[in-house]
Design a protein around this ligand. Structure first.
Ligand SMILES: *[C@@H]1O[C@H](CO)[C@@H](O)[C@H](O)[C@H]1NC(C)=O
Ligand SMILES: *[C@@H]1O[C@H](CO)[C@@H](O)[C@H](O)[C@H]1NC(C)=O
Length: 254
């Protein structure tokens, strides 16, 4: 073998190792929603159909999370080539299954914090989908989605996670109340918010957090939901349930 063909073989294999991609998300079909190019596979369409049944404030928030995240990822070709865009789609679209206030919700448990209900729900949705294959939706891919959803109510961890979990959580953060993220291209932010308005989001979010504190208080102590219980739920009392209370019990400041 000539030296230059050895070098080109080495270069080829170096390229292959440099960009490891989870199986199953190459050459995905796409569509455009509110001016944003997004993945258009059957499982993503079915996830989209699932959240359409939620109240508008929640459906629109979930859609904006997906679209604002995708718009930001699309604006950086390197990033776009690295992120598992189908996992990002499902992780964002399904991240708030734990907000389902319908009395017969198949997603909401009494004992889990809401982010975990969403994360478990998203994984279950994928595993129960008619297209599910364990070689496509590997445990590693599902865990990235689980983590991206489970971390979305906690500050400071997701920036240090793998690229897929990080971008699911980051995208949720793009759709905060009273907030326009500087990272999202401004024209895409405007087209997304015009199609899926934010006006009902503040009240919807506060109503949902208050409902969580009222209906499953044990799953809200020590989380960012706790102050909503303290402020808005009569009889809600976190004192005695917080890590702080256990740690300072019996302690006298010097
Ligand atoms: C684009 O994404 C890559 C990979 O995540 C990152 O290293 C780079 O800083 C990004 N570029 C810009 C302009 O944000
Ligand atoms: C909350 O619970 C703690 C611990 O049981 C109790 O000492 C405190 O008086 C309670 N606060 C209110 C406002 O009921």
């Amino acid at each position: 073998m000539k030296v230059n063909s050895i070098i080109s073989v080495l270069a080829l294999s170096a390229t292959a190792f440099a960009s490891p991609k989870p199986k199953g998300h190459k050459h995905l079909p796409t569509t455009t929603i509110a001016g944003v190019e997004v993945v258009d596979t059957q499982i993503v369409r079915d996830a989209h159909d699932l959240i359409k049944k939620f109240p508008d404030f929640l459906y629109w928030h979930s859609l904006r999370t997906w679209l604002l995240g995708a718009a930001t990822i699309n604006a950086n070709e390197t990033l776009k080539a690295q992120v598992d865009l189908e996992a990002h789609a499902l992780g964002t679209i399904l991240h708030d299954l734990g907000w389902d206030m319908s009395p017969d919700s198949p997603w909401v448990t009494h004992e889990n914090r809401f982010e975990v209900d969403g994360a478990l729900g998203a994984v279950r949705f994928i595993k129960e989908h008619k297209s599910y294959k364990s070689c496509v939706w590997t445990d590693a891919r599902l865990e990235r989605i689980f983590d991206g959803i489970a971390l979305h109510g906690t500050v400071g961890i997701h920036p240090f996670k793998n690229i897929d979990s990080k971008w699911i959580t980051t995208s949720v953060g793009f759709d905060g109340v009273n907030f326009q993220p500087p990272e999202v291209p401004a024209d895409k932010f405007d087209s997304v918010v015009a199609e899926y308005p934010k006006e009902s989001f503040q009240k919807g979010a506060i109503d949902t957090f208050t409902w969580m504190a009222a209906t499953k208080p044990d799953a809200t102590y020590n989380t960012f939901i706790e102050p909503f219980g303290t402020a808005f739920v009569p009889g809600y009392n976190a004192t005695g349930h917080r890590s702080f209370d256990r740690i300072v019990a019996g302690y006298t400041p010097q």
